[in-house]
Design a protein around this ligand. Sequence first.
Ligand SMILES: *Cc1c(COP(=O)(O)O)cnc(C)c1O
Length: 439
Amino acid sequence: MKLFSTNRKADPKFLPPLATFEKAVMQGLAEDGGLFMPTEIPTLPKDFFEKISILSLPEISFEVAKTLLQEDIPEKDLRKIIDESINFDAPLKQVVENIFSLELFHGPTLAFKDFGARFMARIMSYFINKSDKKITIIVATSGDTGSAVASGVYNVPGIRVFLLYPSGKVSKIQEQQLTTMGGNIHALEIDGTFDDCQRLVKTAFVDKELKTIFAENNDSLGSANSINIARLIPQSFYYFYAYAQLKNKDYAVFSIPSGNLGNLTAGLIAKKMGLPIKKFIAANNSNNSFTEYLHTGNFTAKASVTTISNAMDVGNPSNFVRILELYENNLEKIRQDISSADFSDEKTAAAIKEVYEKYHYTMDPHGAVAYLGLKTFSPCGIFFETAHPAKFLDVVEPIIGTKIQIPERLASCLTKTKVTTKLSKEFQDFKNFLAKNAK
Ligand SMILES: *Cc1c(COP(=O)(O)O)cnc(C)c1O
């Protein structure tokens, strides 16, 4: 795979050389601040689609990954990476006649981000171990991303993680998830806001002195940002697997609860690889920059507003530029493939209640937005359930009026002892901590 930067067109004089997959993964973002995109997206052979219905999720994942990465990672290593990262199911559940839920929350942290985080961690580990180096990932988290990344990296050789979270500003469950893993995962409790955490991380990346100190120790600072191409690729696997599980292939309409548009972009890539998807629905909450773009043709980044589907509270979705790239900026073509609508918290809550009462299926707030999107545009199809409802107990339980059973893998961290290092929001404090631990 060869990759270019989405910014290359912003300045025709600045045309960075194409990046290898290794470089794109280890660097995250291109030098010019753009996102990495593959120059070519190969299609899968016809016989793959003929036998797809009898393949398992790891088998499908391997075929898709091999098609994309055959020049970058030998088959034997790629198979190991898939077997270790895509090691939980993504079942398609019938909710009512022609409406299906693709449950993407069966991973260790109960959200679909496990797919991207686990795959990326093992890809990074593979490249690091080839060169006998180490990498220290620093991530700022307001909750979910941090635990998915931490869990993905847990016990993976050559990598460790420092998780920065705002003290007192994440839910109790989230804090337990972030602070009880141990091993190569270290939680840093910052006396500040999420924005302070992000500022500390960004400042550390551009600090020359830190860079030198880490290099002297054969270590480097890495990012696990959601824009990393290695997080995007595994998200295309389950589109194929959902299709494989569909008995009536005419129902290949996918409704995706969208924030940063990573999940949607992965689906568009699956389609380019030959998966016969009829339609995508990008379902937004009140953070509706993408819905507005499709309706008006104008994209306006906005400040984010808080909703009950908070993982989608994104005012300026970073993967938007990748979608423009895939469609060569052609709005009409984008509209042929994607429809979009936005839904308020009231509508989302009403949908959770209705589906629970009518069909005895419990949706989380993100899945509920996707369900509403599907109902708006299609009488049949698949909506993505991106998180387990137990992750949003405080929202969902009052709506359905019943207790939700907390899965064992979430419940087990609730009784463990929290371990954190407390730091102020001053950069010098964080820098001293990193410098001391660069070994
Ligand atoms: C991150 C997230 C989303 C949004 O996905 P994007 O790829 O950012 O569009 C939706 N639901 C849940 C539960 C998430 O964690």
